[in-house]
Ligand binder design. Structure first.
Ligand code: ZN
Length: 444
C-alpha cells in the first residue's frame, strides 16, 4: 500500500487529467478479481467503479487521486523543495485517499471470501475532487445507485469521524455585454460592461450584512476590458457562494443573481451567466458517525519511528507558533513536544469541529447513508494545499495515517455486514433526514 500511494505521489495529475492514476487503480483492482465498470460519458472518462461480491449489503468506498497545480514537493522533505518548477503535487493527499479506499476494499473482499457471506464492496474511482464536481457528475449519471452505505477518507492533522461540515456551494460566471466607444472622444456612445461588473459587486458587498454570518461569497473579475481608452464592451466575473446548507446557498445565489440583473439595468448592458457547478454540505448520519467513532477505538495506528516523529516536528515548527497553539487548543492536546495527534477526538469535539472548505463528498452523503473520516496523516497545524501537507503525504508519516483509515473503513463495512440492524437504523435516519428534501443535482 505504501508503494502504491508513493507511485501516485510520484506522477501527480491535476483534476480532469487523471489518466494514469485511474488506469493504475483499474489495473490493480482487476488483478485482485474486481469487476470494473466504466461510464460511456466523456465527462466521466477517468471515473469508474470496481466491484467484488454479490448482493446486499453493498458498501461503497470513495477513492480520489487528483493533485493540485503548482504544488510540486519532494515527499518526506523537511524543507520546501519542488520536484519540478511548475509541476503539480499531492498537497491534498489524494494519493492517500485513493490508496486507503483500495486497501479497505481488499480487506472487505477478504472478509467476504473467508466467510462466504452475501455482500458487495465497490471501490469508486472519483476524479476531479479539487474542481468539486467529479462526484456531482457521477451522481448526475447515477453512478452511486445501488449502494446501501458509503465511506470516504481524507488526510488531516487530527483523528476523528466527521459528523457535519463542508460548506455547500455554487460556482457561477457572469458576463456583461455593452457597447464600446472611444473613452475620450465619445464616451456618451459607450455602455460599459465593466461598470456593470463593478456595480454588481458593490450590490453583493452591501448585501453581505444581510445574509447569514456563516455564508461566504467570493469573486474575481476575469475580464475587465482591454484598455482604459476603450469603453469595455465585454466584462466578466466569477463567483463562489458558500454556506453551511444547500438551501441557504440557493437563496443567496438568487440574490447575487438579482445584483447582476440590477447592474445590467443600471448600465444599459446585457447579462448572461453560466452555472458552472456546485455541491452539497455533508448530511449527518449519527448512526454511522457513532460506528466510525467506535472503529477509531477498535483499530490501532502503527507506531511512528523516531524519523517520522522528527519529520512531524520539523514540518509543524515551520508554521507560525500561533497556528500550532490554536490547533493544540482545538484538539485538546496539552503535551508540548508532540506534533502528531494520536488520540481520537471525543464525540462532542468531533461533532463541533469546524470544517469550512467544500467537497463533492457532500453530494454522496445526500444519496446514501454516509460517513467521512479524517486521520492524522499530517502533523499538528498543517493544513491542506501546503508544501508541508504534500511532504507528509509523500512519506511514511502520511501513509501510516492512510492505513489507519483503511482499517477503520473496512471495520465499519464488516460491521454493517455482520449486524444488519445497524445498517437498517442508518438507512432509517437517512430517510427521515431527506424526507421532503431530496437531492437535486447542483448541475441542474
Ligand atoms: Zn482534498
Amino acid at each position: 500500500m505504501f508503494s502504491i500511494s508513493q507511485d501516485l505521489y510520484n506522477y501527480p495529475e491535476i483534476s480532469g487529467e487523471e489518466k494514469q492514476s485511474s488506469e493504475k487503480f483499474k489495473m490493480i483492482l482487476k488483478e485482485q478479481g474486481f469487476h470494473i465498470h466504466e461510464f460511456p460519458e466523456e465527462e466521466l472518462k477517468y471515473a469508474f467503479y470496481a466491484e467484488y461480491g454479490k448482493g446486499h449489503p453493498m458498501v461503497g468506498l470513495l477513492g480520489e487521486y487528483d493533485a493540485l497545480p503548482g504544488l510540486s514537493q519532494k515527499g518526506g522533505s523537511m524543507v520546501k523543495e519542488a520536484v519540478g518548477a511548475s509541476e503539480p503535487g499531492h498537497a491534498c493527499g489524494h494519493n492517500l485517499i485513493g490508496t486507503s479506499a483500495y486497501a479497505s476494499a481488499l480487506a472487505v473482499k477478504k472478509y467476504l471470501e473467508d466467510t462466504g457471506k452475501e455482500g458487495t464492496v465497490r471501490f469508486y474511482g472519483c476524479p476531479q475532487e479539487e474542481l468539486l464536481d467529479g462526484k456531482v457528475l457521477m451522481a448526475k449519471y447515477h453512478a452511486f445507485e445501488g449502494c446501501d452505505a458509503g465511506f470516504s477518507y481524507h488526510p488531516w492533522n487530527a483523528n476523528f469521524p466527521v459528523y457535519q461540515g463542508f460548506l455547500a456551494m455554487n460556482n457561477l460566471k457572469f458576463h456583461f455585454t455593452g457597447i464600446s466607444s472611444h473613452a475620450g472622444q465619445a464616451p456618451g456612445q459607450g455602455r460599459s460592461a465593466l461598470d456593470a461588473v463593478e456595480l454588481a459587486n458593490m450590490g453583493v458587498n452591501v448585501m453581505r450584512e444581510h445574509v447569514i454570518s456563516s455564508a461566504r461569497i467570493h469573486y474575481v473579475i476575469t475580464n475587465g476590458g482591454e484598455a482604459p481608452n476603450i469603453v469595455p464592451k465585454e466584462a466578466s466575473s466569477w463567483y463562489y457562494v458558500r454556506a453551511p446548507h444547500r438551501r441557504d446557498v440557493n437563496e443567496i445565489t438568487d440574490r447575487v443573481l438579482n445584483c447582476q440583473k440590477g447592474a445590467a439595468l443600471m448600465t444599459d448592458t446585457t447579462l448572461s451567466y453560466e452555472k458552472v457547478g456546485g455541491c452539497y454540505e455533508i448530511l449527518p448520519n449519527h448512526v454511522l458517525f457513532q460506528l466510525a467513532h467506535q472503529n477509531f477505538h477498535e483499530m490501532e495506528m502503527s507506531p511512528y519511528t523516531e524519523e517520522e516523529k522528527n519529520l512531524a516536528k520539523v514540518l509543524s515548527m515551520s508554521l507560525p507558533e500561533e497556528q500550532l497553539k490554536k490547533d493544540r487548543e482545538v484538539l485538546g492536546m496539552e503535551t508540548e513536544g508532540s506534533y502528531i495527534h494520536k488520540e481520537t477526538l471525543s464525540i462532542e469535539a468531533a461533532k463541533s469541529y469546524p470544517i469550512s472548505g467544500s467537497s463533492d463528498i457532500g453530494d454522496v452523503s445526500w444519496l446514501m447513508p454516509f460517513s467521512a473520516i479524517f486521520t492524522a496523516a499530517w502533523p499538528l497545524g498543517v493544513n491542506a494545499h501546503t508544501w508541508q501537507s504534500a511532504s507528509a503525504s509523500g512519506s511514511s508519516l502520511g501513509q501510516k495515517g492512510m492505513l489507519y483509515a483503511a482499517k477503520i473503513m473496512a471495520g465499519m463495512a464488516v460491521d454493517l455486514m455482520e449486524k444488519p440492524e445497524i445498517l437498517r437504523e442508518a438507512q432509517e435516519e437517512f430517510r427521515s433526514r431527506t424526507e421532503g428534501n431530496p437531492y437535486v443535482s447542483p448541475l441542474g
